[in-house]
Design a protein around this ligand. Structure first.
Ligand SMILES: Cc1cc2nc3c(=O)[nH]c(=O)nc-3n(C[C@H](O)[C@H](O)[C@H](O)COP(=O)(O)O)c2cc1C
Length: 257
């Protein structure tokens, strides 16, 4: 009798344990599915820009993880330690880091979805940012356009284009060895409609502001970069498949050696 009871208690315990095991497996798979760092093509939908303001995400675009607003490095410390770094270690950058860098370059920062992290003459926002990704965790190698309104990426072309970009940048090795290159481009016409001849000056000033944001964000993330201005305009346009956008700077991003 006693033995039968013992046996029953034992069976109950082992069933309870296997039930708990299944439950924890279920929870683990839920966490994996919800991992914000893995890029997934969206089926469309909306992104929240500010309270009550949403923007439509284009079908097929890749939604980026939300950028953080509380880094651990002060602006002063980031400026004090900023350097152009050309020697990059092997190793990938994460999708969270890419998200943070693109937000620093051109992220939307006001509730109406109009203003951005970098200033723009007459709020014309002529800057368009592209990335050439080769070694980003959770993102297939390819050329992507950053969409500030939805904080997402639109695929321009599949495949690793870093070597081709490097060839057009006077073979500066850091363009090829970086896991990721950020390319700052501009559509002059957007500024020209308001400012005429002065547009060129304004657009170039804006590129400087964007580049400095990226420099400081790389410091904050413990990454490294260099502003590369030496490249053939037509060559870079061809590699990226640009239309109205003029390439004005390349910023290879990686882990400094
Ligand atoms: C407009 C501009 C163009 C540049 N072009 C290149 C370039 O093509 N290749 C490169 O290695 N560094 C380039 N640099 C980085 C400078 O060489 C670097 O900023 C300078 O040596 C000062 O060093 P620091 O940035 O570490 O303070 C460029 C910087 C600027 C502002």
């Amino acid at each position: 009798m006693k033995n039968a009871r013992k046996h029953e208690v034992g069976r109950f315990l082992s069933e309870a344990l296997s039930f708990l095991g299944i439950l924890s497996l279920l929870f683990a798979s839920l966490f994996i599915l919800a991992d914000p760092a893995s890029a997934a093509e969206t089926q469309g939908g909306t992104a929240v820009v500010g309270p009550g303001v949403t923007a439509a995400i284009a079908p097929g675009d890749i939604s980026l993880p939300a950028p953080g607003k509380t880094g651990t490095l002060s602006v002063e410390a980031a400026m004090a330690q900023r350097r152009s770094v050309r020697e990059l270690a092997d190793g990938a950058v994460s999708l969270n880091q890419v998200s943070q860098l693109l937000w620093a370059a051109q992220g939307i920062t006001d509730e109406k979805g109009l203003r951005r992290t970098a200033p723009s003459a007459g709020a014309k926002y002529p800057i368009e940012v592209f990335i050439v990704a080769g070694n980003v965790d959770g993102l297939a190698a390819g050329i992507y356009r950053y969409r500030p309104q939805t904080h997402s990426l639109a695929l321009v072309k599949k495949g690793d284009a870093r070597a081709a970009l490097c060839d057009e940048a006077l073979s500066q090795e850091w363009v090829r060895s970086a896991p990721l290159d950020i390319i700052i481009t501009a559509v002059y016409e957007r500024t020209r409609v308001k400012y005429g001849e002065r547009a060129e000056r304004y657009v170039h000033i804006e590129v400087g502001a964007v580049a400095e944001n990226v420099y400081l964000e790389t410091e904050s993330l413990g990454l490294a970069t260099t502003f590369v201005g030496a490249f053939t305009d037509e060559g870079v346009k061809k590699v990226l498949g640009l239309g109205d956008e003029a390439p004005l700077g390349i910023m290879p991003i990686g882990v400094g050696k």
